[in-house]
Design a protein around this ligand. Structure first.
Ligand code: SF4
Length: 193
C-alpha cells in the first residue's frame, strides 16, 4: 500500500541524502498535492529555482506555461499541477550548463512519490532525463518527442525542455509548436476540466 503524501512530505523536506554532492546544499524544490490531475516531470531545479524555492519561475517557466495554455495561478495551484523533478535539489553547473539530476533522488524518492499521487491522469515528461525514465528507454529527445501521439494515447506526453537554450532545437522542428503544442493544450484542458 502506498505511503501517503502527508507522511512523505516532512521526510522529503528534510532530505539531505546526497548533500555532499550539492554545491549549494540540499533544498528540495517540488509542488505536490494528492489532488493534482497533471504531473510535470522535469529535470532538476536550476540556481534561480534553488534561490526562489519555486520551480519554473523563470524564462523556461514562461515558455512552458505558454505551451500548456495556463496562467501562473493555475500552474502554481498544487491541486492542478504536481511538479516533481527527477532530482529535487540544484545539482550544480559544469562546462555545458547545469549538471544532471542526482541519481540518488530517483532511487530514494521517485516511485514512492508517484504512488502517492493517485489522481494523475496526464504526465508531461520534460527533457532528456525525465523522458528516458518515464518512457522506459534511452533515445534522443527529438526521437522521444516525435512519438508524442503514442505517448498521449496512454497519458504520457514527451516534451523538450522549454529552456531558452533550446531555441535552436525548436526552430529546427516547427512541427513541435504546430502539432504537439495544440494537442498538449487540449490534453491539459481536458485533465483540468
Ligand atoms: S537531490 Fe533528492 S535525494 Fe538528494 S538531497 Fe535533494 S531531495 Fe534528497
Amino acid at each position: 500500500m502506498a505511503t501517503s503524501l502527508a507522511r512523505l512530505l516532512p521526510e522529503l523536506r528534510a532530505c539531505t541524502h546526497c548533500e555532499p554532492h550539492l554545491p549549494l546544499g540540499a533544498r528540495p524544490i517540488f509542488q505536490l498535492d494528492r489532488r493534482a490531475p497533471i504531473l510535470l516531470a522535469g529535470q532538476a531545479p536550476g540556481r534561480v529555482a534553488h534561490e526562489k524555492g519555486r520551480p519554473f519561475d523563470d524564462a523556461s517557466g514562461e515558455r512552458l506555461r505558454a505551451w500548456l495554455g495556463v496562467s501562473r495561478e493555475t500552474f502554481y495551484d498544487p491541486a492542478c499541477f504536481a511538479i516533481l523533478p527527477m532530482g529535487m535539489c540544484f545539482p550544480g553547473t559544469g562546462a555545458g550548463g547545469d549538471l544532471p539530476p542526482r541519481p540518488e533522488c530517483v532511487a530514494r524518492w521517485r516511485r514512492r512519490l508517484l504512488d502517492a499521487l493517485p489522481r494523475v491522469t496526464l504526465t508531461l515528461a520534460i527533457g532528456q532525463y525525465a523522458l528516458d525514465w518515464h518512457l522506459g528507454r534511452k533515445a534522443p529527445v527529438a526521437e522521444q518527442v516525435a512519438g508524442w501521439r503514442e505517448g498521449l494515447a496512454r497519458g504520457l506526453l514527451p516534451l523538450p525542455h522549454p529552456s531558452p537554450r533550446n531555441q535552436r532545437w525548436l526552430k529546427d522542428r516547427p512541427w513541435f509548436e504546430a502539432e504537439v503544442v495544440p494537442a498538449l493544450q487540449r490534453a491539459v484542458a481536458d485533465a483540468l476540466a
